[in-house]
Design a protein around this ligand. Structure first.
Ligand SMILES: [Zn+2]
Length: 121
């Protein structure tokens, strides 16, 4: 499975982390995954999380950088973070596609998985 570029200690991800009040964050910008508070290795150990971010990359491709970001921010204000349609889609894609990123290992249990932030902003 071809993985995108992964940026550790990203200032953009750090900003999102502060905004979300999350311990660690992965976020997609264009075709790269930006991490804060989590190493590349830890991130790749959670195939659900990887599949979630891969869906955002697909969305970025579909709508373009500006199209994606404009919709994302608009929907964040309208619906709150958890109910942004792009996030709902990404959570669904994570369940469907995690097996693609499991690297031959058993899928992690719910307790071992990275939790989605459930904040309402
Ligand atoms: Zn997401």
């Amino acid at each position: 499975m071809q993985l995108p570029r992964i940026v550790e200690n990203s200032p953009f991800a750090r900003l999102a982390r502060t905004k979300l009040g999350a311990k660690n964050v992965a976020m997609v910008l264009g075709t790269s995954i930006h991490l804060s508070g989590v190493s590349r290795e830890q991130f790749l150990q959670d195939p659900y999380w990887v599949a979630h971010e891969m869906e955002h990359i697909r969305q970025f491709r579909q709508y373009g950088r500006l199209g994606f970001l404009a919709r994302y921010l608009r929907d964040w204000m309208r619906h709150g973070y958890y109910n942004i349609p792009f996030e709902v889609e990404a959570r669904t894609a994570a369940e469907l596609n995690a097996h693609l990123y499991a690297q031959g290992k058993p899928l992690p249990s719910l307790a071992e998985r990275h939790p989605s932030p459930k904040v309402k902003l």
